[in-house]
Design a protein around this ligand. Sequence first.
Ligand SMILES: Nc1nc2c(c(=O)[nH]1)N[C@H]1C(S)=C(S)[C@@H](COP(=O)(O)OP(=O)(O)OC[C@H]3O[C@@H](n4cnc5c(=O)[nH]c(N)nc54)[C@H](O)[C@@H]3O)O[C@H]1N2
Ligand SMILES: Nc1nc2c(c(=O)[nH]1)N[C@H]1C(S)=C(S)[C@@H](COP(=O)(O)OP(=O)(O)OC[C@H]3O[C@@H](n4cnc5c(=O)[nH]c(N)nc54)[C@H](O)[C@@H]3O)O[C@H]1N2
Ligand code: SF4
Ligand SMILES: [Mo]
Length: 736
Amino acid sequence: MSQKEATRISRRAFLSLAGATAGAVAAAAVSAATAPEARAAAPAAAPAWESRYSVCDMCFNRCGLIARVENGVIVKLDPNPRFTKSRGMLCARGNAGVAQVYDPERLKTPLLRVGERGEGRWKAISWDEALDLAASKMKDIGAKHTRCGMLFSAGADMQSGFVSRFAEAFGSFNVTSHESLCLLSGNRAFVDTFGDVPLPDVKNSKYVILAGANRLEALVTPDSMDLVSIMQKGAKVVVLDPRYTKSAALASEWHPIRPGTDMAFMLALAHVIIQEKLYDAKYMAERTSGLDRLAAHVADKTPAWAEGETGIPAADIQRMARELAAAAPAAMVYPGRRSSDYENSTQIRRSFAIVNALLANYDRPGGLVPARPAGLKKAAPFEPPWYDDNPPGRVDAKSVPLLFDDEGSFVLTREAVLKGAPYPVKGWFVYKTNPMATAPERRKTREMIDKLDFMVVVDIAMSDTAWMADLVLPAPSGLERQDPVQALQAGAEGACLVWRDPVIAPLHQSRPVFDILKALAGRLGFPEAFDFDIAGYRRQQLAAFPEAEAILKRDGVFYPPNAPLGGTDGQPFKTPSQKIELYCSRYADLGLDPLPVYAPPKPSPDAARNFRLVAGRSACVTQGSSTNNGLLSEFEPENTLWLNEEAAGELGIRQGDVVQVQSPAGRGELRALVTPKIRKDTVYMLSGFGTLSGGLSHTTGVGASIVELLESRFDAICGNSAIHETYVSVKKKGAA
Ligand SMILES: Nc1nc2c(c(=O)[nH]1)N[C@H]1C(S)=C(S)[C@@H](COP(=O)(O)OP(=O)(O)OC[C@H]3O[C@@H](n4cnc5c(=O)[nH]c(N)nc54)[C@H](O)[C@@H]3O)O[C@H]1N2
Ligand SMILES: Nc1nc2c(c(=O)[nH]1)N[C@H]1C(S)=C(S)[C@@H](COP(=O)(O)OP(=O)(O)OC[C@H]3O[C@@H](n4cnc5c(=O)[nH]c(N)nc54)[C@H](O)[C@@H]3O)O[C@H]1N2
Ligand code: SF4
Ligand SMILES: [Mo]
C-alpha cells in the first residue's frame, strides 16, 4: 500500500470515528488508522479508553484538548471545555493532530547525511553517535570561529525557550525564531507607540477594522470565534483585503484595498477623527503625546486623497471613521498578527496604533488590553558565562536601527552568513522551524546552508530544512511530550496557564529537544545549565500557586487571579514620554520618521511582472508545514495561483490551466484558480507546496513553492521579512 493510500484510509477512519458511537467501529477504524509502530507501542491488555489532557501543538494557539486513548493509541482529540481561550473549539488542524502522530513518514531514528547535501542519502545512527557528533562539531566551530559561529533557530513551541537558554550557555548571541518572519514589525510599532504589545478584546468590541488579517482562516484564539459571536450580536466588522477571504465573506463590509496602501486609509481615519474632533480631548491631553503634530501631519490626508491611494470610496472612509469613533472605546483597528508584508510595515502598523490611540481604547473593554501578569516565576536561573573572544554582538546587529535583540532577523542573519561578515557563522541548530519553506527566497537559504560546516535539525518530519541538514534528529509530537508551563493570554479575560504531559509514550526513537540539549550541555562541559528536569522546572514556575498543579491535573488548565481591566489607568506608559506616543520621540532621535509618512507602493520595476504576489493562510494548513498531514492534505491537496478572472482573460488563461510564475528570485508552475475573489493587480498562493524533501510525499512535486518566488525584502526599522513586496509575471505554460 502506498503512503498516500495509507493516509487516505486514515482520513476515512478519522471521519467515521468523528461520528462513531459503537466501540467496534472505532476499534476497526483505529487499527486501520495507525502505523505498525504505534500498534507495537500499545500495551497488550490495557483497559478501555481513557481521557488525557493536553494542549494542541498544530499551531501556536495551544488550544486545550482532551485526547481519547485506547490501548495506548490516540483515537480522537476533543476540545477541553474548561479551556475558555478557545471557546470550546478544536479546529480542523487540531483534530488532525492524530495524523501527525501516526504519520508513516515521521522521522524515526537519528539520521546522518551520507550523500551530497539535498541528495537524500541517509544512514540511521544511534542517539549516542548523533549526540557525540553534534557536540564535537559544535565544539570545533566554537574553537575555530568563536561560539557565535553557531546559530540557533527555534519555532513556536513550549520548549523553544530551552534552545535560547542553550545558546546563552554555549555562548552564542545568534538566535533567530519564526518571529522575524511573522510579527516583529507589528510588535515594534505597538511597543514604540504604547510601550507594550496590547491584545485585542474582540469579545466586547462593537466595531472592528480587520486590515491585512484574515482571522476567520488564520485562526487566533479567542479572536476568531469572538469575531463571529460579536457579529451575531450586531457588532460591525470591516475587512480590508485585496482578496475576498472567508473573513471578508462573513464580515459586515469588505473593501478590496490596493495592496500596500493601508497607511493611507489609517491616516485618513485619523484626519476625520481629528478634524471633526471625534476624540476624547481630556484623554488625549493626559495620556498621549504629539496630538498637535499628528493633526498637522494628517491635515491634508483627506478621505478623497486616501480614495486615490486605496481605491476605497472617500464617503466610506469618512463614514467608517465616524462609526469607529462613535463606538469608541469599544472599537478598534485590529492590531493583526503577521505583519511580515512590506518594507515599511513598522510604520504601517504605527498608523494602526495611532488610530487606536485616538479611540482611547487602551485597557478598555472592547479595545486593546494589556497582557496581564500570569504570576509565573523564573525557573532554574543560571549565570550565563562570558567569553572574551566573542564578537561584540549578533551577526545581524546594526543592520537595521531597531532590531529585537532576542529574535534578530532571519533574513539579515542569512545575509550575514552568506557574506561571512561581520564574522563567520558556520554551524546551525534548528528546532521546529522550517525556513526552507517559510523564509523568502529559498535559493538564498540553500546557499546559506552551503556555507555551513555543520547543520543539525530537530523535527518531527523530513521538512525541507531537515532535508538539507547533516544530522536530523527525530522529535516527539506535542502529544508525546512533557512541557513546561506556559501562560496564554485571552483578551479581557487575561492569562491562563497550561502545560503538557505525554498522552502516549514517545513513538519510534524520538526525543524531546530538552533531552537533546541536556545531553549536549553535558558533553560540551556546561551540565549546570540543564541541571534540572521538566517536572522540577514546572514546580519552580508555579511557586506562587501551590494549588495549580492539582488543578492542572484535574482541569487541564489553571486560571491565575486576573486583575480587572483599567488597572493601568493613571500609570505611566512604558515609553520615553510615559504617554502613548502618537509622535514617536525615539524614532525622531534615530532619524526615523516620528510620524508615519505615506509613500505610494513602488510600481513594478519590470512591465512584464505586473502582479503583486501576496501570502496568506488556509484554515487547514499551518504555515509552511502541515500540508503533508494525511488528513489535512485532503482539504488542501495542492496550491493554486489565485488569478483575477479579467486578468486571466487577457492572458488567455482558463480555469485549471498550468501557469508559469516568475520573479527575480525564482519561478514556479502551478494551476490557476481563475476567480473574481482577488484584485486584478494581485495574485496569491498558499505556502507549503512545491517542497524538495524526499520525505513529504503529499507536497513534493505538487504545486509550487511560494518561497522560491518571494524576494528577500525586509522591514527597514526592525528587519522583519517583507513578503508582499514581490512582483511576478504570469503566463500560461507553453505561451510565448
Ligand atoms: N489556519 C491557520 N491559522 C493560523 C496560522 C496558520 O498557518 N493556519 N498561522 C498563525 C500565525 S503564525 C499567524 S502569524 C497568523 C497570521 O494571520 P494573519 O495575520 O491574519 O495573516 P494572513 O493569513 O497571512 O493574512 C494576511 C491577509 O492580508 C491580505 N493582504 C495582503 N496584502 C495586503 C495589504 O496590503 N493590505 C491589506 N489590508 N491586506 C493585505 C492577504 O490577502 C491575507 O488574506 O495566523 C495564525 N493562525
Ligand atoms: N510564503 C509565506 N511565508 C511565510 C508565511 C506566509 O504566510 N507565507 N508566514 C510567516 C509566519 S507568520 C510564520 S509564523 C512563519 C512560520 O515559519 P516556521 O516556524 O518555519 O513554521 P512551520 O512551517 O510551521 O514549521 C514548523 C516546523 O516544525 C516541525 N514540527 C511540527 N511539530 C513538531 C514537533 O512537535 N517537534 C518538532 N521538533 N518539530 C515539529 C514541522 O515539521 C516544521 O518543519 O512563516 C512565515 N513565512
Ligand atoms: S487553532 Fe487549531 S491548530 Fe491552532 S492550537 Fe487551536 S486547535 Fe490547534
Ligand atoms: Mo506567524
